[in-house]
Design a protein around this ligand. Structure first.
Ligand SMILES: [Zn+2]
Length: 363
């Protein structure tokens, strides 16, 4: 486990690398909005967030992956998986905000409301039916799911994850299995196109969907996300310059604390693309919000750093909450396993480093 000072150093480096904006692309007239230099110090809020992160790290490793696997096997044998999943989801929701976004787009509850004993079902939503384990008519192996505007419908190119997989990924990493994250992404597209009136800008829609449900830990850097998408044949229609600006906008709307639905209503009124690196209406909106909150562009960058750190922390808190439910349910099995493991470890140490080893060498 790295020390706090090492983590602070890492955070400084991370911040330098995590360039969320490209000053060279911004017109000079907008220098009141676009921060052109990174804040040089670690600020109080970040320190506060880092301390919280440190605290959650220190409580980590509640259960090892092997222990989690043992517990899940027991739960399956005893028919407890569904009940365990419900209790874990309740705990994750009450102890963390890790599922807030997926809950906002109603991507999770309905899946398992209509799943019978964890078995996948084909169509689960009257507004936008979803097909799990769909066959990809475009044959693009890197694409995990698709939203079809004309139908409208969602195809996910994987089966609905088993309930035990949901329990497992929450305990191991504080996240949901990737098909459910993909479902959240596509469901957000369904909301973008169907629920609010206005202009549909694919770059803005894609940026929002990627930031909200494919990147739980908030660790994918701006530059990497732009590169990943513009290099992919699946996104060849996206304008790289507009997508770059779209990530910039979405990150700041998130940092300002907008709900996903509010953000959709904002990005559907983008105004004109100014040709330099943003949309007039979105610049005006962000500037007006900054004025209302009496913050400048540097404060906004700090808000964004704090937002990203908090996302990481919420994921850790989710993992901790899930592990705790699991531990309470299977305490006997886990404690027994640990006693056996520590006895075995002690045996190993004695054999290779203790008296026994010395005696053997002597013989
Ligand atoms: Zn998408």
């Amino acid at each position: 486990m790295a020390s706090l000072s090492e983590r602070l150093e890492f955070a400084q480096q991370y911040r330098q690398e995590r360039v969320h904006y490209e000053p060279r692309m911004r017109p000079l007239v907008n220098d009141d909005l676009f921060c052109t230099s990174l804040p040089g110090e670690v600020y109080d809020r970040e320190l506060e967030a880092l301390k919280l992160q440190e605290l959650s790290f220190s409580h980590m490793n509640v259960l090892s992956t092997a222990e989690i696997r043992t517990c899940i096997r027991s739960a399956e044998r005893e028919g407890l998986v569904d009940d365990l999943k419900s209790r874990i989801l309740d705990a994750v929701r009450s102890e963390s905000r890790a599922l807030d976004t997926l809950d906002e787009v109603e991507a999770l509850g309905e899946v398992y409301l209509t799943s019978v004993n964890g078995n996948p079902v084909g169509s689960i939503n009257n507004l936008v039916p979803v097909t799990w384990n769909a066959s990809d008519i475009y044959g693009m192996p890197e694409v995990r799911g698709r939203y079809f505007l004309e139908a409208p419908r969602i195809d996910i190119y994987a089966p609905l994850p088993r309930v035990s997989a949901v329990v497992s990924t929450l305990c191991v990493a504080g996240v949901l299995p990737w098909p459910l994250q993909t479902y959240g992404h596509e469901k957000l597209h369904a909301l973008q196109y169907n629920v609010f009136r206005g202009e549909a800008v694919p770059e803005l829609f894609e940026a929002q969907a990627h930031r909200t449900s494919m990147d739980e830990r908030g660790t994918q850097s701006h530059d990497l996300l732009v590169k990943d998408l513009v290099d992919s044949p699946a996104y060849e229609d996206l304008d790289p310059k507009k997508f770059d600006a779209a990530i910039w906008v979405i990150d700041r709307l998130n940092a300002l604390g907008l709900s996903q639905k509010k953000a959709i209503s904002v990005i559907k009124q983008p105004g004109n693309w100014n040709g330099f690196g943003c949309w007039d209406g979105l610049e005006d909106f962000i500037r007006a919000e900054m004025k209302r909150r009496e913050i400048n562009s540097e404060d906004l960058e700090r808000e964004l750093m704090a937002y990203n750190l908090k996302r990481t922390i919420e994921t850790h808190k989710a993992r901790l909450a899930a592990c705790f439910v699991m531990y309470l349910e299977f305490r006997d099995i886990i404690d027994l396993r640990r006693r056996v493991d520590s006895r075995l470890r002690r045996g190993d140490e004695e054999q290779y480093t203790g008296e026994a080893a010395v005696q053997r060498v002597a013989v």
